[in-house]
Design a protein around this ligand. Structure first.
Ligand SMILES: Cc1ncc(COP(=O)(O)O)c(C=O)c1O
Length: 396
């Protein structure tokens, strides 16, 4: 995902503002910072962009997930429903909360399915984390409906989907809280960073406190502040936030460019026999960071990624064989290899992750390929890519 492709004078200017004041801390030093509040500015603009009341920056998307979970009251022994196709950070944050990840099947949206969610519910289910993978949406209205009906906490992992929406509402804004990542390979990046967004004032206050050792941030004497809860240090620095301010202001252009590039490739691929596309519940809301498609079976998918790479079509991922994003190759999780005993391992209901079976998700992921969409392609490069893609896939 492309934020890093477009660093320019805007990012340099924002960072220089911070360096010139010498105030790298997001709180306090009111005089010395000469009016530069990069984290606060980024939060205000992000909340407006997502269409929510509150946004709070964290040190990473993983930190944002941990913070959101703590603020929503998810903790020891609570079952949290998660999809098997995500970045492993989603699962880590559940484990770090002392909660129990319960895997549920995905569908052709490449995200948690409402049917999978229903099948995984137990009396101990406390929360559900749909992950809006590869720039686009889960069937979030149906998932929200189930969560509302069953009084479950809906927490959206929108780390990969800034700028995407479902029927006009930005992803991340449906749940009790939503999380974003601004790590080096996200739609916009600030080096390392993340955010929690919410419309719930109590959740926001808990997020704000948890990410900074429980501080209530009332007044401007940090030493005299009260501590609302036991927290952690998941703060972002002003330097990172400064880069994020410049990047967020480029988001419209990023989305427009991605959508144009993706539409051209997808249109040319429509006529390839045997190739089908990821289901998008709202195609207009796709952020278009990836073009995800299905080959007829696992053998042709494996053949296709190899042949595409050989033909110079880079950035095509067959997640089934990739060890970052699909449960099949998370050997460390299956064996629960941790540096020390995890809270979940002390629980009577700790699942045996070495025997988790996800037949429906396997059948989908075996056939799925995601092609990265870049911003920097020239017209010629795009044309060449389209030709190479179509010719390669037709030959399989
Ligand atoms: C779906 C998902 N969740 C969470 C994260 C974690 O974000 P970060 O790398 O900022 O900790 C990522 C990052 O790749 C992700 O893709």
């Amino acid at each position: 995902m492309p934020g890093f492709e477009i660093f320019g004078d805007e990012e340099r200017k924002q960072v220089n503002d911070v360096l010139e004041t010498g105030v790298l801390f997001r709180y306090g030093f009111d005089g010395a910072r000469k009016g530069h509040w990069k984290a606060k500015t980024f939060e205000t603009e992000l909340a407006r962009r997502v269409g929510v009341e509150y946004a709070h920056l964290c040190a990473s998307g993983t930190a944002a997930l941990s913070t959101a979970m703590a603020a929503c009251g998810v903790g020891a022994g609570d079952e949290v429903i998660v999809p098997p196709f995500t970045f492993v950070a989603t699962i880590e944050s559940v484990l770090m909360a002392g909660a129990v990840p319960v895997f549920a099947e995905i569908d052709e949206t490449l995200c948690l399915s409402p049917e999978g969610l229903e099948a995984a519910l137990t009396p101990a289910t406390k929360a559900v984390i749909p992950v809006h993978m590869c720039g686009a949406m889960a069937r979030i209205d149906e998932i929200k409906h189930i969560c509302d009906k069953k009084e479950l906490i809906l927490l959206e992992d929108a780390c990969q989907s800034l700028g995407a929406s479902y029927k006009g509402q930005a992803l991340g804004g449906f749940g009790k809280a939503g999380c974003f990542s601004f790590d080096p390979v996200k739609t916009i990046t600030c080096g390392e960073g993340g955010a929690v967004v919410t419309n719930d004032r109590e959740v926001y206050i808990a997020v704000d406190a948890y990410a900074d050792h429980g501080h209530d941030h009332i007044g401007n004497d940090r030493g005299a502040e009260d501590h609302l809860i036991i927290g952690a240090n998941y703060r972002i620095s002003e330097l990172n936030a400064a880069v994020g301010v410049a990047q967020l202001r480029k988001l419209d252009w990023i989305l427009e460019t991605q959508r144009r590039n993706k539409a051209a490739i997808k249109a040319a691929m429509q006529a390839i026999p045997g190739v089908d596309f990821r289901h998008l519940p709202d195609p207009d809301g796709d952020s278009a960071t990836f073009l995800s498609f299905f080959m007829p079976d696992v053998a042709s998918a494996r053949q296709a990624v190899k042949a595409l790479a050989a033909a110079g079509v880079d950035g095509c991922f067959h997640w089934f064989d990739n060890n970052w994003h699909y449960i099949r190759n998370w050997n460390h999780l299956q064996a629960m290899q941790a540096s020390a005993r995890l809270a979940v391992q002390t629980l009577a209901n700790c699942p045996d992750y070495s025997v988790i079976s996800m037949p429906r998700s396997d059948a989908i992921m075996q056939r799925a390929i995601s092609m990265q969409i870049k911003l920097g392609w020239s017209e010629d490069q795009l044309e060449q890519r389209i030709d190479n893609t179509v010719n390669t896939l037709k030959s399989i």
